[in-house]
Structures are given as C-alpha cells and as structure tokens.
Design a protein around this ligand. Structure first.
Ligand SMILES: C[S@@+](CC[C@H](N)C(=O)[O-])C[C@H]1O[C@@H](n2cnc3c(N)ncnc32)[C@H](O)[C@@H]1O
Ligand code: SF4
Length: 442
C-alpha cells in the first residue's frame, strides 16, 4: 500500500494519482510510506519501503511543489517494471494546454529541452505534441477569447454499449419529449451576452439522432434562432441504428456540415458482444451520408475492446481509412465506473505492445494529421485519445473545447459552460447530471 503523509490534501491526492498512472499494474502491491512537508522554498521528502530509504530536501526555486516532487519520483521509479513514462510527469486530461505555452515561447529545440527538463517528456512525445500544436496553429491564431461556441447534450441511446460509462439512457418517447421541451426552454431563456454568431455548434451525446427527427429538428431550429448559424455545425449520428434518410436530409437542410458515424471496431465478433448495433450496414449509411452531401464525416474507433487483438485493431483502422472520412478519432478503451465491463471486472491480457506507435504511423502514412489529443484515466492500452483529420478538416469545436481557447455555452444534462470572467479566467458551470430532475423541472 502507498501511504502519503502530507498536510496539503490536494498535493497528497496529486502524488497518489501520479503513482496510479505511472505504475498502473503494480501501484496496489507496492509498500511505500512517503512523508511530505512543503515549506516556502523547500520540500522535505522522506520515502521508505520497497528497498528505498531516503530523506531529501528538494529546492522549489520558481517551480510548483507538485512538479518538483513528481520529477524526483519519476527519476526514482522510472526503471521499475511496467513504469508508464508517457507524458512524463503530466497526469492531466489536456497535456497540450501546458505544453503549448512552452512551444509558444521558445524555439523548437529549446522547447524539447524544457519539456524534458521540466516535465520529463521524451523526444518522440515532444515531437508528436509539437505536430498537433502546429496543426492547431491556424485556429489558435484566429481564436479569440470573445468567441463562443454552443454545445447541446442529448443523453439518449438506442442501447447501452457494455464499455460505456457516460450518463446516457435508453430513451422512451415520453422522456425524450419532456427532455426536449425543457432543453428548448433553457436555450430560449438563456441570457446571451455575445452579439455575434457562434464559432461552432456541436450537438453531442449520447446519440442525438436517437431523440427522434421531430425533437432533433425543434432543437436545431431553436439553436439557430437563438444564436444564428456557424461555420462548423456538428451533429453526432454515432449509431447507425439511430439513422434514417429523412433525419440525414433534415440535418443537411438545416446546415449541419459535420457528422459522426462510429463503427468503434469493424470486427463483427467483437461488436456483437457489446450490446451495440452490428456494422453490417455501416457502408450503406456512410455512402448515403456522402450522397446527401456531408463533406466532413468523423469516425470513432476504440482500441482494446474485449476479444480484439492488435492485428484486428489495425485492420479496423485500415478499413476506416479505406472509407476516407475527413476525421478519425482513435480512443483507447477506458474501464470506468458505470460501464458493464468495469462492473464485470473485465481484464485484458492481449499483447498490445507497439500498437499505439503503429496506429500513429498508419494514420500519418495515410495523410491523416493529429489535431487534438486528450487523456483518459483507467485505459487498458494507453491514456491518449487522438483526433486525426485530413488537411484542412480539423474540427474547430474539438480544438477550442479541449485547449480551452474560447467560451463554450453548454445546454442539457451534464453540459458545462465555460465563460471568461473579467479577470481573464474561465468560470465553469456544470449542469446537473440527474435526468429525472431535468425532465421533472417546471
Ligand atoms: C460520448 S461517446 C458518443 C458516441 C456515440 N453514442 C456512439 O456510440 O457512436 C463518444 C465516443 O467515446 C468513445 N468511448 C465511449 N466509451 C469509451 C470507453 N469506455 N473507452 C474509450 N472510449 C470510449 C467512443 O469511441 C464513442 O464514440
Ligand atoms: S457508446 Fe455511444 S451509443 Fe453506446 S451507450 Fe455510450 S454514448 Fe450510447
């Protein structure tokens, strides 16, 4: 067991999280006792257990205490079996938020050195992050803290996929109608403090197309009435069993110009065990969407699903590339509370070594550029989820949301609103996640 004595609760939590992420397979079996005392200029660290017995005084200089400590611990444990050195000492969801500041202020060569010295990020990772940063550069330049983006959340799905931990539910008409009614009221009554149109609109979920054509059309009409059109308008259509030609035509008519059709895996043996729709008709819906005129289609894939080998994952990625969608998002399976797989203590023993590197190579060789990255905890292969795009097809919403470059106004269950306050800091407000409360309101 790892025991940490530290008066600062946030620091204690952050150090524990560091061990959990860096030694995911064995942090539970390690016996360590850490005593941490932080003063103005120094940290006193005593660490005993696992053949270690050290007392050190670490100089904080102009750094943050948690970085200083994590650097020391990284160097001490990096030779341990199964130590995950990815992203060095950074454990957050958005590594590029910090790293981009280094790229902004320094030459490429200097940045690499700083990233290693300060965060222990190795050269290969620094190069990949730099590539993403460069792919975001145009958007970053045009990005403006007076811009805003609109997110609308639809928490319904045709069935509950076994790996999913999101707060979604299988919709029935009464609930979906009631949800729509309250959502429309929220959007209409929102006090808008921006005079211009949004930079992007994103209707996500869940599966927005599962709420029914009439409801979805009403939602879109009210969004457009309230905010006006935007240059990027995404509606997630993830599950092909939620689609009809009429829905796709309606979306096109309303100006939606980016949709998502998600196979997750093209291995039918794998998909058939996930309480999810088969991909047998996937290509019908993909080409139907093209025929109707959607120029930007995203496909989500998950690596590491039960029964999926490294070879079959690479095969799915190749198949996705063969469709030539403008965006492909590669996720690593995360085992989180709330998913059936987690509840059933699913454990994956497949050998996925080098899969992430090979998937990256495959995407780059096929002219897909990484344009945003976020990390998830409890992933079975790697913490990173990466959005790839063909040249000129990066999603505005995904970048500004992930890098916190612009204001976001969120509607619906669990949606978060982030608005810059007068001090230049984002003020975050998250809607309740309780569907019954949302529906019963008013
Ligand atoms: C919020 S989900 C909505 C997508 C849509 N309902 C669908 O299933 O096609 C967004 C994406 O997150 C990914 N995802 C969901 N659960 C995941 C998990 N446990 N681990 C990794 N990725 C996951 C999937 O690729 C999914 O398409
Ligand atoms: S993966 Fe998508 S369709 Fe499946 S339950 Fe989660 S949000 Fe719904």
């Amino acid at each position: 067991m790892i025991v940490i004595d530290c008066e600062n609760e946030a620091l204690k939590k952050s150090i524990f999280e560091f061990f959990r992420m860096k030694l995911p397979k064995n942090y539970k079996d390690i016996d360590l006792h850490l005593k941490i005392k932080v003063l103005d200029e120094f940290i006193f660290l005593e660490i005993v257990g696992n053949k270690i017995n050290k007392s050190v005084k670490l100089d904080i200089k102009n750094d943050k205490a948690h970085f200083v400590l994590k650097r020391y611990l990284f160097d001490l444990f990096s030779s341990y079996k199964d130590f995950d050195s990815s992203f060095g000492i950074l454990t957050g969801v958005r590594p590029l938020k910090l790293v981009s500041k280094v790229f902004e202020r320094n030459s490429y060569e200097e940045s690499r050195k700083i990233l290693f010295d300060k965060y222990r990020i190795n050269k290969i990772e620094a190069d990949f992050l730099y590539r993403i940063y460069k792919n975001q550069e145009k958007l970053r330049e045009n990005s403006n803290l007076n811009n805003y983006n609109v997110y609308v959340h639809i928490p319904f799905c045709p069935s509950r996929c076994l790996y999913c931990s999101f707060d979604t539910t299988i919709g029935n008409k009464i609930k979906m109608d009631a949800y729509t009614k309250n959502l429309l009221d929220d959007i209409k009554s929102y006090e808008l403090n921006f005079s211009k149109k949004p930079n992007s609109i994103y209707i996500g979920g869940g599966t927005p197309t599962a709420i029914g054509k009439e409801n979805l059309e009403k939602i879109i009409d009210v969004v457009l009435e309230k905010f006006g059109s935007s240059r990027e308008f995404t509606v997630e259509c993830g599950r092909i069993d939620s689609l009809s030609v009429e829905v796709l035509e309606m979306l096109k008519r309303k100006g939606v110009n980016r949709i998502s059709l998600n196979p997750q895996s093209f291995n039918e043996d794998v998909i058939s065990k996930l309480n999810r729709v088969s991909n047998e008709n996937f290509s019908y819906w993909f080409y139907k969407a093209r025929e109707i005129g959607f120029d930007v289609i995203n496909m989500d894939l998950i690596m590491g699903l039960p029964g999926e080998s490294k070879e079959s994952i690479l095969k799915s990625i190749k198949k996705a590339i063969d469709f030539s969608p403008e965006n492909i998002t590669l996720h690593s399976l995360a085992l989180k509370n709330g998913s059936k797989l987690f509840e059933n203590s699913y454990f994956n023993e497949e050998d996925y070594s080098d899969l992430i590197e090979e998937s990256k190579k495959l995407m780059l060789d096929s002219n897909y550029e990484p344009y945003y990255l976020y990390r998830q905890k409890k992933s079975v292969i790697s913490s990173e989820n990466i959005g790839y795009a063909k040249k000129g097809c990066s999603s505005i919403y995904n970048i500004v949301m992930m890098e916190e470059l612009e204001n976001i106004i969120g509607f619906g269950l669990g949606a978060s609103t982030k608005i810059l306050d007068s001090q230049g800091k984002f003020k975050r407000n998250i809607n309740s996640k309780n569907l019954e409360d949302f529906i019963k309101r008013r």
